[in-house]
Design a protein around this ligand. Sequence first.
Ligand code: ADP
Length: 327
Amino acid sequence: MEKKITRIGVLTSGGDSPGMNAAIRAVVRTSVYHGIEVFGIMRGYQGLIEDDIYQMESRSVANIIQRGGTILKTARCKEFFEFEGRSKAYANLKKRGINGLVIIGGDGSFRGAVQFGKEFDIPCIGIAGTIDKDILGTDFTIGFDTAVNTAVEAIDKIRDTMDAHDRIFIIEVMGRDAGYIALHSGIATGAENILIPERKTDMDDMIASLLEKERRKKLVNLIVVAEGDDYGGANEVEKTLKEKLPNAEIRVCILGHIQRGGAPSCIDRLIASRMGYHAVESLIVGRHNVFVGIQNNKMHYIPLENAVKSKGKISEEWIKIVKILAS
Ligand code: ADP
């Protein structure tokens, strides 16, 4: 017989992503609706170990749905890798009678939850909050849509100056292991080349097409590269191109952390609200140690240990579309 959930703790962990606040709001308000007490845990697992925990109510999450970042703050926590750290975390939950935990974070945070769930009697539910969309089992992760839109807006602006001057622009976007931000923002801005970690970069092919453009005196070219591309990111690509095309005007722009912040898009607010609501419902019905995903617009509950990074899953169709539309 499952124990009744009476007190839920919620935390945000690992890399932040826009929409985490909307998810916190949904967790808090759904808990309150069910008469469950809810506690905010500051700075992810760090706050759990340090007992930085406070009770929340409906008003605690007023006016945050539109804000980026996370009101609970986030952290990476070395101590949680050790059993001793996790024991302290458990003691703090036990002390308050918290008997359910919602973890909003990426695959690393989920791995921590799996370990914690194996050792201690605390049901955990994950909500995928990561701008990289690199978690298997869900079509959406909170923050991806906002990050892509930020990248698109920035690249559109850069394209204006690129066209005005006939330049080659190499724009680096986030994505250490996954190329979704590069792929989506690159297609949406009409990039000629999109370099992603999931595919080996064919530099010879790219140089051949640039030399051909140079011959036709049309050397305007937009290259979007994910930071984790096997060729080594924007600076490495620039080095090679400068060697092979010494007369070309080449510029690099690394978008960096602007992709993490800002007001969440409508889609991120919607999925965060939906996932937050279902996370609490899952705890109540005894669906434990899973994360809440969405597939084909339906809720799916995937075991936390299956939340591996989805490297190599980019569809060949998209790659073909990029090639055809850029020609
Ligand atoms: P993300 O959740 O964004 O992928 P990280 O990979 O940095 O971020 O993980 C966030 C935190 O989760 C880590 O700092 C650590 O506290 C915890 N964590 C990750 N992996 C493990 C693990 N194998 N065992 C225990 N805790 C872990």
